[in-house]
Design a protein around this ligand. Structure first.
Ligand code: AMP
Length: 212
């Protein structure tokens, strides 16, 4: 049976860092929709050209396009996979699409964790964020990727005006997502101002408690 966890949280709240930790140390599969879109952009696929404008401006890609990408990924995942959804769902409609998939396949949601962080701290982190275009590693200094030696770059959507837009979009959907997962009894919040190791420890406890 597939088991999965949903990571909610504004850009810069550390979802990707934790998803990478759980992927590296526990073999969880990280499903980052943003990362999948960036791959399509880099490889100049048909889907990439369809979503380019949305991603560059920091707008949400339409739900049907996003879900078809997610569905492709899920169809290829093994029957006993452990999956972390990183950046999906972004609104209640997407959450319902995921619920339907979960009901149809018998997958089990362990928890929906929201990484809570003030906007100004998210902005500060994103303005200092360096990204590996090869493996998706994220750091806070320029230089080389510790995983594969690629030169770390700034993401094109990490400019101040686009960041502010992404943060305000997050706010407009956050409460419907919170309510959705509260109703399902799966909502957990984590203080994302804590250090990455502290957050990992907290999440390890949440996952164990919820049937990992
Ligand atoms: P992220 O890497 O999560 O910050 O996402 C980067 C960009 O990809 C977003 O600003 C959106 O344009 C797009 N994107 C990622 N995930 C989603 C999603 N679940 N729904 C719609 N658009 C998304």
């Amino acid at each position: 049976m597939v088991k999965y966890v949903v990571f909610l949280g504004k850009p810069g709240s550390g979802k990707g860092t934790q998803a990478q930790y759980f992927s590296r140390y526990y073999g969880w599969i990280q499903l980052s929709t943003g990362e999948l879109f960036r791959k399509h952009l880099k490889e100049k696929t048909v889907l990439g050209s369809k979503v380019e404008e949305f991603v560059e401006k920091g707008d949400l890609v339409p739900d049907d396009v996003t879900f078809s990408l997610v569905k492709d990924f899920l169809d290829k995942a093994g029957a006993d996979s452990r999956i972390i959804f990183d950046g999906f769902p972004r609104n209640e409609n997407q959450a319902k699409m995921l619920d339907d998939w979960s009901e149809n396949t018998g997958a089990q949601l362990l928890a929906a964790v929201e990484f809570s962080l003030p906007d100004e701290e998210a902005l500060r982190r994103l303005l200092n964020r360096y990204y590996c275009p090869t493996c998706g590693y994220v750091g806070n200094q320029p230089g080389k990727c510790p995983n594969d030696g690629s030169i770390l770059v700034k993401r094109s959507d990490d400019s101040e005006d686009v960041i502010r837009k992404r943060l305000s979009d997050y706010d407009s959907y956050a409460s419907e997502l919170r309510s959705h997962y509260r109703r399902r009894g799966k909502y957990v919040a984590v203080d994302a101002t804590k250090t990455p190791p502290e957050i990992s420890k907290f999440l390890e406890r949440v996952m164990l408690k919820n049937g990992l």
